[in-house]
Unconditional design. Structure first.
Length: 473
């Protein structure tokens, strides 16, 4: 089976001449690299093991061409996606294929961090000195004096100097092989092919991270013919980015991890659920809840403890045997604004972890109540801290509204910071998806190394439950 698809369905549904043409411009180096990469994968017998991670850039449509495992990454995140694939399936041969804007600009942090880890993945870096796909803007690799759409008079030193990625990567401890090659003549193309093959072999053998930078022509944005663009790479670009091996270590194979387990019971411990004694059999969904997926939004100012309460709720749900998700969102204000967390608890699988219309809202301050209460659908629950919000502005509609003086209760216990635990107790009393025992067990597990504050937190939880009992129905 060919590594290249016989037809490229992006064009004319794969029919006719266009169905056999890539989207690359005439003279672009991507086509040459694609050809060599496909041949190497085929020669090494790696087609069924290969995962190609495409970038945002000129190679964004690579998955239309390569008949291997493909993942399209967000802009700059290809190395992180590649790392995820490699750790999830250590036997996979993972290729992160990126351009200079993707790898050296928005993705620079991911590039450096993952290179330093040294996990065996192969990075193919196409350096054409310009943002090719988005209109020819100044790139991190643009040469001094080179004109682009955002440096029409040419790049100056004040705009920063070209970033030499191969040299930068070679200085890190993680990589074992780093080389810069080019494509401007037959000899250089042979060297480029050998470098790519070596980088892939080092991964197959489990020896480490490899990085191949390829100087590539971009005739369109250079405003040159393909022949002239090749000469420009040779005569101008190579002086700034000298070719050659930048690092080549002899490393014994070391990366032979066992394949990770994906069975639910095997991964529950990552959330702290196993130490809490989760039952091997699924917990029955509580009576009184017709919906098998209940969504919560816990919101307040920074320091209110909404995020901690949300995490406790999520961990307790997982320990109970349910599926649960937690998405934190931190506002820009450390005090006075609103940050929130979305939590889902489901009998089966949570299909959407966001909570744009939460069944339950727990609000610690007035901005959060004003912002999110209108999103709670009819029949939902709105619980708020009446100490901080003495005169709430609530939307019209059939919702259950429960005021609880969380801050007042916590202050009376001697520590205002436990108002979030007061609120968690009130939430359990109002919406008993999880039992009192399960939430207390989670609290005790989390505070197992802080016995001095455990009693206070247990008292806060109980006080929150009692406060709800005192609220008129």
């Amino acid at each position: 089976m060919s590594v290249f698809y016989s037809n490229f369905t992006r064009h004319a549904h794969g029919e006719g001449l266009k169905g056999h043409s890539t989207h690359y411009c005439a003279g672009c180096g991507h086509g040459l690299v694609h050809r060599d990469l496909a041949d190497i994968i085929d020669d090494l017998g790696l087609q069924d093991r290969t995962i190609l991670v495409s970038p945002v850039g000129c190679a964004v449509f690579a998955y239309y061409y390569f008949n291997v495992g493909n993942t399209q990454a967000a802009h700059g995140r290809a190395p992180a996606v590649a790392l995820g694939h490699k750790l999830a399936n250590p036997e996979a041969v993972v290729l992160s294929y990126q351009g200079d804007g993707d790898l050296a600009s928005i993705g620079l942090a991911e590039t450096i961090s993952i290179a330093q880890m040294g996990v065996p993945i192969t990075v193919i870096f196409i350096n054409n000195s310009v943002y090719g796909m988005t209109g020819g803007q100044l790139a991190p690799t643009t040469l001094l004096g080179q004109k682009t759409t955002t440096s029409p008079e040419g790049r100056t030193a004040a705009m920063g100097r070209p970033l030499k990625m191969a040299e930068l990567i070679a200085q890190l401890d993680g990589p074992v092989y780093v080389e810069r090659v080019a494509l401007y003549d037959a000899r250089q193309r042979v060297r480029a092919r050998r470098a790519i093959e070596k980088a892939i072999r080092l991964q197959v053998e489990g020896r480490g991270y490899s990085f191949v930078e390829i100087l590539s022509e971009c005739p369109v944005h250079l405003k040159l013919s393909p022949t002239e663009a090749s000469a420009w790479v040779r005569d101008t670009m190579e002086k700034v980015f000298p070719l050659g091996v930048k690092k080549d270590l002899t490393v014994e194979p070391w990366f032979h991890p066992a394949a990770p387990a994906f069975e639910p019971q095997g991964v529950l411990g990552l959330s702290g659920a196993v130490p809490l004694g989760a039952d091997a059999t699924p917990t029955p969904w509580p009576a009184g809840f017709s919906r098998k997926d209940v969504s919560f939004k816990l919101a307040g100012a920074g320091g209110d403890g909404a995020q901690t309460a949300a995490m406790l709720l999520t961990r307790a749900a997982i320990a109970e045997g349910f599926d649960a998700t937690h998405i934190p969102s931190y506002g820009p204000e450390s005090r006075g604004g609103t940050s929130y967390a979305d939590v889902h608890i489901a009998a089966g699988e949570v299909l959407n972890p966001a909570a744009p219309a939460p069944d339950v809202l727990l609000a610690f301050n007035a901005p959060s109540l004003a912002k999110f209460a209108p999103l709670v659908p009819p029949g939902g629950l709105v619980l708020y801290d009446s100490t901080v919000i003495p005169e709430p502005v609530l939307p019209e509609g059939d919702r259950r509204v429960v005021p609880v003086p969380c801050t007042q209760i916590a202050t009376g216990l001697g520590r205002p910071l436990v108002k979030n635990i007061v609120a968690l107790g009130a939430l359990q009393a109002c919406c008993p998806v999880l039992s009192e025992e399960r939430l207390l067990a989670t609290l005790r597990y989390v505070l197992k190394d802080k016995p001095a504050v455990l009693t206070l937190n247990e008292a806060a939880f109980a006080a929150g439950r009692e406060a709800v009992a005192a609220v008129p129905a």
